[in-house]
Design a protein around this ligand. Sequence first.
Ligand code: SIN
Length: 567
Amino acid sequence: MSTGIRLHAPAPGWAIEADVVVVGSGVAGLTAALRCAAAGRRTVVVTKARLDDGSTRWAQGGIAAALGEGDTPEQHLDDTLVAGAGLCDEAAVRLLVTEGPDAVRRLIDTGAVFDTSDATGEIELTREGGHHRRRIAHAGGDATGAEISRALVAAVHDAGIETVENALVLDLLQDADGRTAGVTLHVMGEGQHDGVGAVHAPAVILATGGMGQVFSATTNPAVSTGDGVALALRAGAEISDLEFVQFHPTVLFLGPDAEGQQPLVSEAVRGEGAHLVDAGGVRFMAGQHELAELAPRDIVAKAIMRRMQEQGAHHMYLDARHFGAQMWEQRFPTILAACRAHGIDPVTEPIPVAPAAHYASGGVRTDLDGRTTVPGLYACGEVACTGVHGANRLASNSLLEGLVFAERIAADIAASSAPRTGPGIPVPSTGPLLSGETRLDIQRIMTEGAGVLRSAASLEQAADALEALYGAALTELETHGKTAEPGTDSWESTNLLCVARVLVAAARRRAETRGCHWREDHPDRDDENWHRHLVVRVSETERRALVVTTTDSADFPSVRHPPIQEQ
Ligand code: SIN
């Protein structure tokens, strides 16, 4: 059932009718849209910026799949399970690795052009952290996401799929039984539609990407404000594993106070032989893990942070001068250009790097067909928690996950004859809107209290500060009947606060270190108590505020509606 919590927004002034609305235009969203349209479903794609502006465009390293000679899905499965630190859903991983290679071939049929070897004509494969084999297909050297995005956008245009760009999705429309009936959205700026409207559809596919903007420095674009997770929570869906935020180890260091989207320096640079060194030129990953610089991402990020702490440094260095100018230009043109734009020449000097928020391993909980716990609401891509990533995503598994599970969702929709739902019941908003300015406060609080290294004390401080922000806005609403002016900035801040509160609640509860969740006060993995997932949903009984309730769920895929244990 719906929680009865909605964003304050004007009533929809226009509407579109569809069978399926896809929210988001990365690899997951556009693949789902293409497959739904091909199955004859009237499909509308709604996206926050331009069609090619999501996180997919920024993916550098590539897409992992067992395509190389001698590689097998089973080996890909093993590496994924090890990276996931005991919390992957093996059935989901098995689907990913077995359906992945053909899904990549279909992507190639759709028009994506991957780099191939001049000698053999075969797809060139590179390595990244946690992979024991060369398994990562790439395009344009280090511009894989941009090429995938180009091909899918062209295919969506060719298929004549209706798109609504510059549209921030607000809330799920649900009928009297809680079934999905569409979404409300706000079109920002010029377009065919203007202001708040609705797309009515019995199936909604959330593919809104991540929530990196909840931290001060992230590799994610400005649009990654957790809108999908916040919408799903308000609609009554379950969220899982949100405490597992992946910090990419090698993000170009632009200063201790750098904010917003930071340039990524792909793991593939290490895959091709770059070394991590400290200011004294010492290779500190050697001896820490059998894969050294190519250890799983959490291990490398932690080693960098420890070295930074020991040496009182703000960053470490990635040294790939030995590549030479030609290799840099051909293999990593995007990274080379980004470094040079910031005054660093990787051909002649080591690159300063530090970890920054990169990927949400958790998200809206789904089954193996991408169904969430709200009938008719699906999720795929970074917004989803399919169980594939566990406590730490294996490098370059995300584009593959987006592809595979988008196709599974489309197949599920094509196979079902979902009854047309009744009109969405308008639900009055009951929570406050945060002002746009609070975005910076939220980012600062989260970076200080819930970043790479966490403790009970730091998380408590973060929780208190977030509750103070929420409490002040709620009091203003309750006492003076006032809330921030509805608009993109206030909706985004409200969504960011929502996901920040859930993330901190889960991170406080998980009193162990596992995968990318690193607790200073509980430095070890605790399988006895914590070989389980934290599932979060908004209380259905408490309608005035966004009250987070957490439920431990040991058997992730089979428990669809766990009872609420505590508030
Ligand atoms: C990278 O290229 O290092 C990022 C790849 C990923 O996040 O999977």
